[in-house]
Design a protein. Sequence first.
Length: 122
Amino acid sequence: MVVVCLMNSYGCLLYADDILLITHSVHAMKMMLRLCDKFANDFDIKFNCGKSVAMRIGKRFKEKCVLLQIDNKDILYVTELKYLGVHICAGQLLKFSVDIIGQNFTVLLIVFTLNLRLRTLK
């Protein structure tokens, strides 16, 4: 899964120090996490593993999945996560809701959502 906006595909959304990784498979996510580990080692930074979670969206979202790790620590699978004030829920289809209308990001998200298409890569 990637975000497609203005004819460009994105597998990573960034805002300040918040990162959202989006992939079409567990294998692709493992590769992205390895890149994050390498980046962290190269630039002497640490990811907060306590705040890092994984979530599946699609037909197999309820199936047990292999563990993902960052910095050799397991990442917890969740059925709901919050990214910049937006709740994203696991399911066969992408579902989200805004809980705090006052945030600047909310307006950006609404505009972005109107122009956004989600596409599952095969």
